[in-house]
Design a protein around this ligand. Structure first.
Ligand code: UT7
Length: 331
């Protein structure tokens, strides 16, 4: 009997309408289109505007499209995992709120907090439920309203991040497609370089934390950059070696979109030409847990059944990893 694998069988996405480009940013902080394009590779990012709008609203729109595209109703879904570091609330999980808004009432759901690696951690978790036969239809959504934790007077962080969401459906298959392998890692020495200081149980919100701007992303860019280049490349190359994959065997690298220089370094180590790398950082910036599924969404029509994809990410924690999958359908 063939092994049951978990396969991605559809994708939906949602990007808010408002476009914050580098020229508008340059009116807010001392920066320029030229600096941001050469150092990071971002031209513009999307921002969710409107009172009482949160990460769940982005996810709901992405999942609505996914359900229509895959011909499923909310009642068909048994598990929903939301990868996010910008939850609607401290609790309950944003995944629960998403289910409520969509009328998914016959499922269990939870959030995964692994920052920019969140989609990979959540995808692997959902895949385990599918592979064991416990669940037949699972949704994994990467969704972030990063603009809710960004200080738009801090030029070190505000050009980098954007808002967005994308969701995939996972189903079992007996064919030689789907998720083949994963390498997922954490290293707590990364905490000090990239975190959000206040609002958790260690430092609850106070007048002082607000005055000290401790509810915004804190990042020391250079150490994060160095770790990201090393870990994303090492892990992606390790995955190739494990499965005896040459650069020719790989259809696409699907990298987390944090910095164009990190993506290019990873592709170089893997020996991949630029046309085999999904890159959309210029349009959306770093949408944290949403970058990888947003890439898959944009490239969906080009993907063919059996294509070998390496998904690769690095983020706060530190967290990082790679997933090797064979694409499961032609669209
Ligand atoms: O996705 C989660 C994981 N995160 C990452 O992967 C991010 C990794 N880090 C990076 O991508 C890069 O480190 C950054 C894009 C954050 C920063 O780029 P960098 O090349 O490391 O710049 P830097 O921080 O070393 O700053 C170089 C100079 C500094 O000026 P001085 O001290 O040399 O005079 C900064 O003050 O650039 C200055 N600078 C800016 N200048 C114009 C920093 N931000 C800006 C800005 N515009 N927005």
């Amino acid at each position: 009997m063939n092994k049951t694998r978990a396969a991605i069988t559809g994708i939906g996405a949602y990007l808010p309408e408002y476009v914050l480009d580098n020229f508008e940013l340059a009116k807010m902080v001392d920066t320029s289109d030229e600096w941001i394009m050469t150092r990071i590779g971002i031209k513009e990012r999307r921002i969710l505007k409107g009172e009482n709008k949160g990460t769940s609203d982005l996810a709901v729109e992405a999942i609505k499209e996914l359900l229509v595209k895959t011909n499923n109703t909310p009642q068909d879904i048994e598990l929903l995992i939301c990868a996010t570091v910008t939850p609607d609330m401290q609790f309950p999980a944003t995944a629960n709120i998403i289910c409520d808004k969509l009328g998914i009432t016959d499922a269990f759901s939870f959030d995964v907090s692994a920052a920019c690696s969140g989609f990979l951690f959540a995808l692997e978790t959902a895949a385990q439920y599918i592979q064991t036969g416990k669940v037949k239809k699972a949704i994994v959504v990467g969704a972030e309203k990063m603009s809710s934790v960004i200080d738009y007077t801090d030029r070190n962080t505000c050009p980098i991040f954007g808002d967005g969401a994308a969701a995939v459906l996972l189903e079992p298959t007996e064919e030689e497609v789907g998720i083949i392998d994963s390498i997922l890692k954490v290293d707590g020495q990364g905490v000090k370089y990239l975190h959000l200081k206040a609002g958790g149980s260690v430092k609850p919100a106070s007048h002082q934390t607000i005055e000290d701007k401790e509810h915004y992303v804190y990042q020391e860019g250079q150490p994060v950059f160095k770790f990201a280049v090393t870990k994303m490349s090492d892990t992606s190359v390790e995955m190739m070696e494990r499965h005896k994959l040459s650069a020719d065997d790989i259809a696409y690298l699907v990298p987390h979109q944090a910095n164009l220089r990190i993506i290019e370094a990873t592709a170089r180590r893997m020996g991949l030409d630029k046309n085999k790398v999904m890159i959309n950082i210029e349009k959306y910036g770093n949408t944290t847990a949403a970058t990888i599924p947003l890439c898959l969404y944009e490239w969906e029509k080009k993907l063919k059944k059996g294509d070998n994809l390496i998904l690769s990410a690095f983020g706060a924690g530190f967290t990082w990893g790679a997933i090797y999958l064979k694409w499961a359908y032609n669209s």
